[in-house]
Design a protein around this ligand. Structure first.
Ligand code: PMP
Length: 345
């Protein structure tokens, strides 16, 4: 890996970050807080939340097996995606390479930050080829984006190819594992010490069932996390979110029960959709959704909307012609979907 200081933008290296009132006071017992211009009434909502979410990180560290100094928490993983650009990519000069098709926010954030985005098509089995990704890089490529299991294709990337990218690319490699809890593949978050250029993204929005609280995680070396903390908004994760996340982390048995139900539903739903006369194929998935190629995705999409059932029409995405992306729902929701599709003529 290139020296981290050569990868980080020079203005970010020089940046004197905002110092919040609670950052300056730390550790000693106190009961009168007159330092942050808060209202003394309306406890506990009157107080600013912990800017570095230390209690929550301790709990996440236990559950995910990642050291607290290697954890960044943000307003959804979307915040971490944007921070990758703001920390590493010089607008109008640097570029990033990404697998395609993949999650749309990598490109949107590149556009917002005025950074060139270089998509590299997956092969027909939706697998990435490390050589082709690396061939798209040049001396101005700061980041390679990999999503595994990938959205919208659903499949996990071959570990050996991802490892090749991690070893051979001198810049930052982001592996977005938003859907890894649905997959039996070994996640990359426990390989941080092996790959100093690795950033792994996780989220509370999928397996943890907490999309509404907006909490995403980035796991990386303490040095990279230090840069994220320098650039983030001071109180980027609100108190209510921190409390709800703590509750979710203390309800592992409930989460595991959901994961088991969804795994069983996935086993039943995929072949049932594949059998429909207007379904050309269903792609294998390691996530809580799957791609189904239809004879005419647009018509079926609108037919389902009319029945009050919303799936995602991905038919205009590269390599996904006539594909609908279908999320696994409750047994009842999946039954309704199948009943509606079976009535389609
Ligand atoms: N990564 C991937 C691959 C996603 O599909 C999504 C959401 N659809 C996200 C990240 C964003 O997650 P969050 O809700 O944590 O911002």
């Amino acid at each position: 890996m290139e020296d981290l200081n050569k990868l980080v933008r020079s203005n970010i290296q020089r940046l004197q970050p905002y110092s919040c009132a609670r950052d300056e006071f730390k550790g000693r017992a106190a009961s009168v807080f007159l330092d942050a211009n808060e209202n003394p009434y309306n406890a506990p909502l009157n107080r600013y939340p912990d800017p570095l979410q230390e209690e929550l990180k301790k709990k996440i560290s236990e559950v995910k097996g990642v050291a607290t100094q290697s954890i960044f928490l943000g307003n959804g993983s979307d915040e971490a995606i944007d921070l990758v650009y703001r920390v590493f990519c010089e607008p109008r000069r640097d570029n990033v390479v990404a697998i395609a098709p993949t999650y749309g926010m990598y490109e949107v954030c590149a556009d917002i930050n005025d950074v060139e985005y270089r998509p590299v098509l997956l092969d027909e089995g939706f697998q990435l080829n490390a050589g082709r990704l690396l061939a798209a890089t040049d001396e101005r490529t700061k980041v390679i984006w990999i999503c595994s299991p990938n959205n919208p294709t659903g499949n996990a990337m071959q570990r050996s190819e991802v490892e090749k990218v991690l070893m051979e690319f001198k810049g930052i490699v982001v592996v977005d594992e938003a859907y890894s809890d649905f997959s039996s593949y070994r996640p990359f978050r426990n390989d941080l010490s092996k790959y100093p250029n690795l950033i792994v993204l996780n989220t509370f929005s999928k397996a943890w069932g907490c999309a509404a609280i907006r909490l995403g995680m980035a796991f990386a070396s303490p040095e990279i996390i230090g840069y994220f903390n320098k650039v983030k908004y001071p109180y980027n994760v609100n108190m209510l979110t921190q409390q709800q996340a703590m509750e979710a982390l203390n309800s592992m048995s409930k989460i595991n029960r959901w994961l088991n139900i969804l795994a069983t539903e996935r086993v039943h739903l995929l072949p049932a959709v594949a059998e429909l006369p207007f379904c050309k194929c269903v792609y294998p998935t390691d996530a809580n959704f799957f791609l189904a190629q239809m004879v005419d995705a647009d018509t079926i999409y609108h037919y389902l909307v009319d029945k009050g059932i919303i799936v995602r029409n991905r038919s205009r995405v590269a390599l996904c012609g006539n594909c609908l992306r279908i999320t696994i729902g409750t047994p009842q929701e999946n039954c309704e979907l199948l009943a509606a599709l079976r009535q389609y003529k």
